[in-house]
Design a binder for this molecule. Structure first.
Ligand SMILES: Nc1nc2c(ncn2[C@@H]2O[C@H](COP(=O)(O)OP(=O)(O)OP(=O)(O)O)[C@@H](O)[C@H]2O)c(=O)[nH]1
Length: 359
């Protein structure tokens, strides 16, 4: 999981610390107080008032020698920008091999460089840790986009007596149906039973697939025959939820190629009719730059409020998380880490950074 990106980042830290850290010396002049003579001043000061004039003269004399100038050599380490630049350039490319989109790799390296510039490493400090921390901050900065916790949102909706409408989108085969089932399972476990809307009426078998999940998990599902208007299915599911007192509706939509204009229009129609609280795009981590393309496309065409990235357990590269979040600047809400219903975890940027840079 995430192996290639992890390795690239670790190598980047090692290479910088081995090749771009230079030792520097700085001679500084310091003024050091002369403690002994200070005492003497005090003695003089304490003499009687009649002696004031003499005292003042003496004080002057002492003052001149009150501070002594000493030269001190400060030894420290610094990152040499000339040596750093080519390493960073090389790593923009190496990151793309771990599925980090080119412009995201550039952005990350730029953020990292900004943090390293002018950084002084004092004696006793661990240079590798300082470099790693700068990288940690740069990655965190890139992916820390706060998004809703769907369980919390569902609880809120329930308490307020309204219906939380969540619409799921994604191209064929990314794991959308499985993900909806995982979300339904998560909500049910938290005490909120959602209604499923089988609005993927485009692919024969899609309704059946979702139905099976609904039965296994034990949640209601609203369906219509193959070829029906998806917006009508979604609408009916909301009416059903209202009538029966459910507070969440999860709407499945047909998997489609993002470049298919008709299908994209249909998706817009569903969104227009039901006005979802969240439009969630499901993306497959294994598809790398394609996932980034899809994210861009769906965001422009329909609008995306959050992303669920699937198959992260099987992802040997790891760049998709960085790429998707940084390209559309929308939060990643959950990660799919297996085929079971329990295999959905909330995305936590700090946890993710630790997975990449921790031991
Ligand atoms: N390893 C792994 N497999 C997953 C994950 N999520 C989904 N899958 C698998 O991916 C395959 C496709 O999942 P589906 O849910 O059928 O995909 P879909 O996007 O709904 O596809 P369509 O029904 O064609 O639109 C299935 O075999 C799932 O078990 C995940 O997080 N990890």
């Amino acid at each position: 999981m995430l192996g290639r990106l992890k390795k690239a980042l670790k190598n980047l830290v090692s290479e910088i610390s081995n090749k771009a850290v230079v030792e520097k010396e700085e001679v500084i002049e310091k003024e050091v107080p002369k403690i002994e003579e200070k005492k003497e001043v005090k003695k003089v000061d304490q003499k009687s008032e009649k002696l004031t004039k003499i005292t003042e003269e003496k004080k002057e004399k002492v003052k001149k020698g009150f501070f002594a100038k000493v030269k001190e050599t400060l030894v420290y380490k610094e990152l040499d920008l000339k040596k750093l630049e080519p390493i960073l350039e090389e790593y923009v490319l190496l990151l793309t091999e771990a599925d980090v989109a080119y412009e995201v790799a550039e952005e990350l390296i730029e953020k990292f460089k900004e943090r390293l510039k002018g950084k002084k490493i004092r004696r006793g400090e661990d240079e590798k840790k300082i470099i790693e921390d700068a990288l940690r901050e740069a990655i965190y900065d890139l992916i820390n986009i706060p998004g809703p916790d769907l369980v919390e949102e569902a609880k809120k909706a329930k308490a307020e007596g309204r219906i939380l409408k969540i619409m799921f989108m994604g191209v064929n085969g990314v794991g959308k149906t499985t993900t909806i089932a995982k979300v339904a399972y998560m909500l049910k476990k938290a005490g909120i039973t959602p209604v499923l809307a089988a609005a993927d009426t485009f692919r024969a078998g899609a309704v059946e697939q979702l139905k099976q999940h609904a039965e296994r998990i034990g949640v209601p599902i609203v369906t219509k025959p193959y070829g029906s208007d998806p917006a009508a299915v979604a609408y009916d599911a909301i009416e059903f939820a209202k009538a029966r007192g459910f507070s969440v509706v999860l709407v499945d939509t047909a998997g489609r190629m993002h470049v298919d204009v008709d299908l994209m229009n249909e998706l817009r129609k569903v969104a227009r009719v039901i006005e979802p609280d969240y439009k969630i795009l499901v993306l497959d981590a294994l598809t790398g730059n394609d996932a980034v393309e899809q994210a861009r496309f769906f965001d422009e065409a329909v609008g995306v409020d959050g992303v669920i990235l699937t198959k992260v357990d099987a992802d040997a590269k790891g760049g998709a998380v960085l790429s998707v979040a940084a390209t559309i600047k929308k939060p990643i809400l959950y990660l799919g880490i297996g085929q079971g219903y329990e295999d959905l975890i909330r995305f936590d940027p700090s946890w993710f950074v630790e997975r990449l840079l921790g031991e």
